[in-house]
Design a protein around this ligand. Sequence first.
Ligand SMILES: [Cu+2]
Length: 229
Amino acid sequence: MINGIAAGAARSHSFAVCAGLAIAGMVALLAARPALAAYEVVTVTNGGTIDGVVSLSGTAPTEAPIKVTKNQDYCGQSIPDPAYTVDSSGGLANVIVYLKDIPKGKAAPTDPVALVNTKCMFSPRVQGAMVSEQVKISSEGFSVTKPLPSMPMMIKVKCDAHEWMHAWIMELDHPYFATTGADGHFTIKDVPPGSYTLAVWHEVAGEKSAPVVVAAGQTVKSKITLAAK
Ligand SMILES: [Cu+2]
């Protein structure tokens, strides 16, 4: 068992990060979700756009700053807890937004997914990726690039030197995903017209989904609210 999840679904990789201080373990957090059928890449003409905002309702709990217990010369004495990053309008950052069960559409991104260690925190905190995409983990002065596992899963990235260092990569079998910015905003483009389920994931506030209908050449607006936990 890893974090209470059946080990049968786990994949584990090791990466040297943290300014040469340590090894980061990469561990599957959730059970792999087998695809119903392989995603098919097609030319998307006159696709639609999903443009929306994820907001937090209620008051985010005040999290104590993370107390730095080692390498304070490099990491600092404490680090603000980034779990709830909410702007003045309630926009919630670091939410993965993605379509569920989309059978065909645009091609996968070709650039590696980037994960940067800065002052003993990973950036970005959360992001989506497509199965088997490369991930480039960078730290001071060096980087390592590795392929992600070949099946859809949620990956929790850890640093063995600094127990507070986490990041999440949601691996999907298609490229229709986005991460909300500082204002909670996201955009998913080039969606073939049709009816879909739009889902969101946040590390503390959890998951939610809603139906969305995408029309050819149109932008559909979406507002999703997660309750603070
Ligand atoms: Cu670290």
